[in-house]
Design a protein. Structure first.
Length: 765
């Protein structure tokens, strides 16, 4: 495959014609145009399937509730291309390992179960019965249940993930590493400590009532395009949108609604952000503290003048604890240190504070720019602190909104995919199913990889995802996978992880979200939960490519049956009728009573959120202000000339690369680029377009380097860099992760830059 490369700044608004063009190109490219259009029209509608793209909510108002990137996700899944046995007869695993990630997924859908043959270095067809029997044997032969790791990627349905965690716990382990460990872990953990529930507190409709929306560290134009509709509507009716993003992102500046023909034709793009601040990577905690410092000063001045203060004193007195300790931290933080760490001036932070102060209802949203740092948990809690000051919780138009990633990642946690499960969940499983679940915490993703490296893992099962590419420290992670006794991957498409087989390995081909799921009792639907705790049904409509593909739920049930038989549960009966699974969920998970009946509600039902009704499941029974000091530095252990963030392009879904363009950032036909401030390029004695090598600064003696990246001059603060994930995952140290979260620090890697000696321009093609 050859691609034309170019760097060309994007001047139009996000959305608009570019987006329509790209969507139709994807739809018609996939040789299956009619079916694809039909799919798109039903997506996110009452009885269609939930968009596998992201976890944003549905307003059930727009005629076409899909976006360009949702369209890509659907057409990518709905391809008629398929991989069969002849493909693997042609290509050995070693040969496939020399191909790009793009090539691997482009081969199409997996249609039959495959088993790795180490003698021929090839995957060969195997029957489902033999595959399940092999898994059963390996798991029964383990010396200890913790020799098994059960990874989940956040697309799995509630039904599949509920069975999966139940199976793991009946075997006796809490080893549930998942993508969330690399993603929003800090949001869950931080919110839990502050307000007693690890989820966002708002409804989608709150965006219609907010006076100010603060957007921290996320790129909705690419990763949550439907969020731009909410932001745009808010901006149109005069709400202030204040953005904190290290990069200038087109989608946060201007947006033309591609679903409104007039806007597309006349380019009547609406402005999104009323203020746009570009902090240093990891500088948001200092930025929020600076805002709070300015607010506290005003508050105290007012009180000294005998006027009313500016905080919601009644809310603070009734619902919170710990404010004094936080105020002491604010007083202890000098403007000088706040400016140095945030990279923003005192005046900028005073301006942002003034917007907050003038708003009666404030929403704060955030994503990976907040959660993938060492001090992410404290940063999330600092954002909560700010909201508590104004009582911006539990009232319309105000609250906290971590914008989730994978379409059902929040639902997976609700179903018990959690390596440190709450006692209440285990008690409830114990009562309902009559067994004693393990009580010791299991492994998160980094811990699981470390266990593999210590040769402690006999069986690894992955329910979706692509661990080899998504996890940090690529070289170590690949080595880790190969050290497992048996690796089992439940997947829709071929990916890098399949090419790192353990001593034995299976690929189990599964149906996707968009496909019809027929079981013994008839057609099944599944359920998912979005970022706003709305649970709704999702029913695939596309005809599956092959009878040898099974649903995720059926595969998990098949594995459980092969290991545990019918002694504890009739697993296969559950796979025949998902209503039975939902009855178990209703009996064991809070908020799901009468689950099956409520699945009929159009648009789904709200799970509720205790903090939103001002009930706080914290030790004090109140919302708890945190009082963490600012970190000494963003990368405290090392002094680095540059800090690198790894992020997504417009044409990718995590490790799935749809194409090589990043339209809004003006990058075409290439992914090996490094965004850098023009003055930093000059200071290095280099020019825009030069090739460089990137090397991680680490204290563990391991060399981590990627080579031949092309410099792109970009609007980014000096000393900060950006490059795409997963190509730069070899630079992310496995041993450097968030305090209290275990999340790899993918947004703050200390690095050095040197002119490239080895330029391998064929790498991408
Ligand atoms: N099309 C598409 N949609 C997706 C995905 C996808 O890959 N493709 N992935 C899904 C998943 S799993 C997730 S988690 C989400 C991810 O959604 P995002 O969080 O938007 O993903 P990233 O591309 O990592 O972008 C991080 C953004 O934060 C900014 N940023 C980075 N570090 C900092 C910082 O320290 N401070 C501030 N203020 N800003 C910072 C970056 O400049 C960038 O704009 O999207 C989901 N949706
Ligand atoms: N450096 C760096 N690393 C990161 C990040 C970063 O920003 N920077 N982001 C992190 C984040 S936020 C996340 S969420 C993780 C993502 O980590 P993962 O969730 O593990 O990765 P994905 O790329 O989303 O997984 C893609 C694969 O899932 C399979 N798949 C797709 N649809 C389905 C389905 O319906 N069912 C099943 N069973 N399989 C399916 C396909 O085979 C596909 O190859 O990566 C993390 N890694
Ligand atoms: Mo994510």
């Amino acid at each position: 495959m050859k691609f034309k490369t170019a760097i060309k700044p994007y001047r139009a608004a996000a959305g608009g014609l570019g987006s329509l063009e790209a969507t139709t190109r994807f739809v018609f490219d996939s040789k299956n145009a009619l079916k694809n259009l039909r799919n798109l029209l039903r997506m996110n509608k009452a009885r269609g399937f939930d968009c596998p793209g992201c976890a944003w909510g549905d307003d059930n108002k727009s005629t076409f509730s899909f976006c360009e990137n949702g369209a890509k996700a659907v057409t990518w899944e709905a391809t008629r291309r398929q991989i069969d046995a002849s493909f693997f007869a042609q290509h050995s695993v070693s040969a496939l390992n020399r191909q790009s990630d793009y090539f691997l997924e482009y081969q199409g859908r997996l249609t039959e179960p495959l088993r790795y043959n180490p003698h021929t270095d090839r995957y060969e067809p195997v029957s489902w019965d033999d595959a399940f029997a092999l898994i059963g044997r390996h798991i029964r032969e383990m010396d200890h249940p913790n020799q098994m790791e059960l990874y989940t990627s956040g697309r799995a349905s509630n039904e599949a993930s509920y069975l999966y965690q139940l199976f793991g716990r009946m075997v006796g382990t809490n080893n549930f590493p998942d993508c969330s460990n690399m993603c929003h872990e800090a949001s869950g953990a931080g919110l839990k400590r502050s307000i007693g529930v690890g989820k966002g507190t708002i409804h989608l409709t709150d965006f219609e009532q907010a006076d100010a929306i603060f957007v921290f560290g996320q790129n909705p134009g690419t990763n949550h395009p439907r969020m731009l509709h909410s932001l745009r509507h808010a901006a149109d009716r005069g709400a202030r949108i204040v953005t904190f993003n290290t990069l200038r992102e087109r989608g946060l500046e201007r947006f033309a609604d591609p679903q409104k023909p007039l806007e597309v034709v006349t380019s009547r793009a609406g402005a999104i952000s009323s203020a746009y601040y570009q902090p240093n990577l990891g500088g948001d905690m200092a930025a929020v503290r600076g805002m709070a410092k300015a607010l506290l000063e005003t508050h105290r001045q007012r009180l000294a003048n005998g006027e009313a203060g500016i905080f919601d004193d009644a809310f603070i007195a009734q619902h919170t604890t710990g404010i004094e300790a936080w105020f002491a931290q604010i007083d202890a933080a000098s403007w000088q240190s706040i400016e140095a760490q945030s990279g923003l001036s005192e005046q900028q932070l005073r301006d942002a504070a003034a917007v907050w102060q003038s708003a009666r209802r404030v929403i704060c949203t955030w994503a990976m720019g907040i959660t993938q740092h060492k001090h992410s948990l404290d940063t999330v809690r600092e954002i909560v602190n700010l909201q508590l000051l104004g009582g911006h919780l539990g009232k319309p138009g105000a609250g906290l909104c971590p914008v989730r990633g994978h379409s059902n990642v929040q639902g997976n946690r609700t179903m018990g995919i959690d390596e440190k499960p709450p006692a209440a969940l285990l008690d409830s499983l114990a009562r309902h199913f009559g067994f004693e679940p393990p009580r010791t915490p299991g492994h998160h993703t980094v811990a699981a990889i470390q266990a593999m490296l210590r040769d402690e893992v006999k069986v690894l099962i992955t329910l979706g995802g692509n661990l080899a590419a998504a996890a940090p420290d690529t070289t170590l992670t690949r080595e880790a996978l190969k050290r497992c006794g048996l690796t089992v991957h439940i997947s829709t498409k071929l990916n890098r992880t399949h090419l790192m087989p353990g001593a034995q390995s299976l690929i189990l081909p599964t149906l996707g979200r968009t496909e019809e799921d027929m079981q013994a009792t008839g057609r099944q639907f599944v359920t998912v939960e979005d970022s706003f705790s709305m649970v709704h049904a999702s029913e695939g409509i596309g005809k599956p490519l092959a009878e040898t593909q099974k649903s995720e739920t059926a595969i998990v049930a098949g594995i459980a049956h092969a290991v545990l038989g019918n002694s504890k549960l009739d697993w296969l009966a559950l796979a025949d009728d998902y209503n039975l699974i939902r009855d178990h969920i209703a009996a064991t998970i809070p908020g799901f009573n009468n689950f099956n009946a409520r699945c009929e509600e159009p648009g789904g039902f709200w799970l509720g959120n205790s903090a939103a009704s001002l009930t706080f499941a914290t030790p004090s029974g109140k919302a708890e202000f945190s009082s963490a000091p600012l970190p000494d530095a963003v990368c405290p252990e090392i002094s680095a000339p540059f800090v690198l963030q790894t992020l997504r392009s417009h044409d990718q879904y995590n490790t799935t690369i749809y194409g090589l363009d990043d339209r809004y950032r003006g990058v075409y036909g290439q992914r090996d680029v490094l965004f850098m401030h023009p003055d930093d390029i000059l200071a290095l004695g280099l020019s825009d377009g030069d090739r460089v090598d990137i090397t991680t600064l680490a204290t563990d003696g391991i060399t981590r380097q990627v080579t031949g990246f092309r410099l792109v001059a970009y609007a980014i603060p000096r000393g900060n860099l950006a490059a795409y994930y997963p190509e730069t995952n070899p630079l992310v140290p496995l041993t450097r992760y968030g305090d209290g979260t275990g999340t790899p620090t993918s947004k703050s890697i200390p690095v050095t830059i040197t002119p490239s000696r080895s330029v391998d321009t064929q790498r991408i093609a």
